[in-house]
Design a protein around this ligand. Structure first.
Ligand SMILES: Cc1ncc(COP(=O)(O)O)c(C=O)c1O
Length: 498
């Protein structure tokens, strides 16, 4: 066999091309430099500004046309270091708290590199990467308290994970074969329910599912931004009487605005009584289930029919990786499986493995599992649980700092690791207060001090700090409060917010 392979390697007389380097030793030396630079980059992240804007020359660089002729790899790498690495989004920095990002980790980055080196396609097949993909899904089931018989799939992120769960919900509750006949054939219009704090990806999901945004009924929330269960019950009864078919309740395990966690046990019970699907959007908070001090907050998640969770958030996997879990594996498979003639299984060999593309919309799938697997093996899930507890404790710590500072006020009670607050600016009207706080946020970003974002909670504009970051320390939060106060005073003095 070896001789045959050798002969194949020397037989060609035609000068055929490949993307492989002419000199592997050169590439090896450059690669060592890249790894050394990467380690320095991550080690020294705290010393750099969180974010800085790009000069015109960098923007112009990215308008260059399609390259037609070759350039040495070392030069290409030089462009990456000068034009890309210097201007990151900043979410690996200890004082990045905008929107809701994970802060990545070096082991995960090595996993992404090795996944690309091995190059496997996780559409399925009989190979080790496919077994690892299924193993990571099994581990996610264990984290959520789902039974071993459940199914799941790794996807690009939370938005896709929610779409997977909601598609299975639609198909299971439609009362017809939606795959064959389409949504137009559904007898009674389906209704989905979630709180007025649902993430915008659910709207996109409803649109993509052909049900339309109006099929998603937003239920009011209480003072803690949790869904009002009685209002939900009344809405379901009202819809049923009006000829709709209530199909799915979406519970929030951590809303994007404030981190509020719906009463998942009550929602599971209501879904059972009403015979509707229970999906949990756990992109932010599902992983709290592994955090010893806070797991009680997401009790009931294990009763869901489907859960969306996001390892690229609180497991800090490098982007992208989300996970959808479905309790009824056959409903999951029935929603997506299709076997074209060119993807039939064989009794042995490469095509004898599980077809992982039968659990989602993608056919080709990246080897996302490796970065999660390596970091979980290196640290163990207990450490990730402690880091989640740490971020939640930091959220509460920041809440107490704000309460103690007369110039600032909380706009919502901190539930987990998201803190919504604002500079009071006494005497300022709503719009002027918003302008002041927006200016504070922009200066914090532009000065490279900290990255926060803003939102509006129950009609009140506020700054929003989401501490999903394993590098954040309490002194970073002390600094944030000090700098917010300083900038607020400075802006008010100069009249810049008016
Ligand atoms: C509650 C919630 N759901 C869904 C999403 C979408 O997740 P992704 O950005 O991974 O697609 C987010 C993102 O922050 C979120 O906070």
């Amino acid at each position: 066999m070896d001789a045959m392979l050798k002969a194949a390697g020397t037989a060609g007389m035609v000068a055929e091309e490949t993307l492989d380097p002419v000199d592997w030793a050169d590439v090896q030396a450059l690669s060592h430099r890249i790894v050394d630079d990467a380690v320095d980059y991550l080690r020294d992240v705290r010393e750099r500004p969180v974010w800085k804007d790009m000069p015109a020359e960098v923007r112009e660089f990215f308008a260059a046309p399609l390259p037609r002729s070759p350039q040495p790899l070392a030069q290409v790498y030089g462009e990456v270091t000068d034009k890309v690495m210097v201007y990151p989004m900043g979410n690996i920095h200890p004082r990045f708290w905008s929107w809701y990002m994970g802060s990545s980790n070096f082991t995960g980055a090595l996993g992404d590199f090795l996944a690309a080196i091995q190059g496997s396609n996780l559409g399925g097949g009989n190979h080790a990467a496919a077994l690892m993909d299924s193993q990571v899904v099994d581990w996610c089931k264990q984290m959520m308290g789902f039974p071993q018989s459940a199914s799941g799939t790794l996807v690009s992120g939370g938005s896709m994970a929610n779409i997977i769960g909601l598609t299975v919900a639609r198909n299971t509750k439609a009362g017809i074969d939606v795959r064959e006949h389409g949504v137009a054939a559904i007898e009674k219009p389906l209704r989905f329910y979630g709180s007025d704090q649902l993430h915008s990806c659910h709207r996109k999901a409803m649109e993509a599912l052909g049900l339309g945004n109006n099929a998603l009924r937003r239920i009011p929330t209480d003072a803690g931004l949790r869904i009002d269960i009685e209002a939900l019950r009344a809405a379901i009864t009202e819809d049923r009487a009006a000829g709709f078919k209530p199909a799915c309740i979406i519970g929030n395990a951590g809303t994007v605005n404030t981190g509020a966690i719906d009463n998942l046990q009550a929602l599971a019970k209501l879904a059972h009584e009403e015979d509707v699907w229970f999906h949990v959007d756990g992109c932010i908070g599902a992983l709290i289930a592994v955090a010893p001090e806070n797991a009680h907050r997401v009790a009931g998640i294990e009763w869901a029919d489907s859960v969306a969770l996001d390892p690229h958030k609180w497991l800090h996997a490098p982007f992208e990786v989300g996970c959808a879990l479905v309790r009824d594996a056959s409903a999951h498979r029935k929603t997506f499986a299709v076997t074209p003639e060119y993807l039939e299984s064989t009794p042995r060999g490469l095509a004898s493995g599980h077809w992982l593309h039968d659990y989602g919309l993608q056919t080709s799938r990246g080897f996302r599992a490796l970065k999660v697997w390596m970091a979980l093996k290196e640290h163990g899930i207990e450490k990730f649980g402690r880091l989640i507890d740490q971020n939640i404790a930091q959220g509460h710590y920041l809440g107490t700092l704000i309460e103690a500072e007369p110039l600032l006020e909380l706009v919502a009670p901190p539930s987990i690791n998201i803190v919504c607050f604002r500079y009071r600016g006494d005497g300022l009207t709503g719009e002027r207060q918003k302008a002041l706080n927006t200016e504070i946020m922009l200066r914090l970003q532009e000065d490279g001090i900290a990255a926060l974002s803003d939102t509006t909670v129950h009609g009140q504009h506020c700054l929003r700090v989401a501490i999903n970051n394993h590098r954040t320390r309490r002194d970073d939060l002390d600094l944030l409060v000090r700098e917010t106060v300083r900038l607020g005073q400075e802006i008010l003095k100069s009249g810049a917010a008016r």
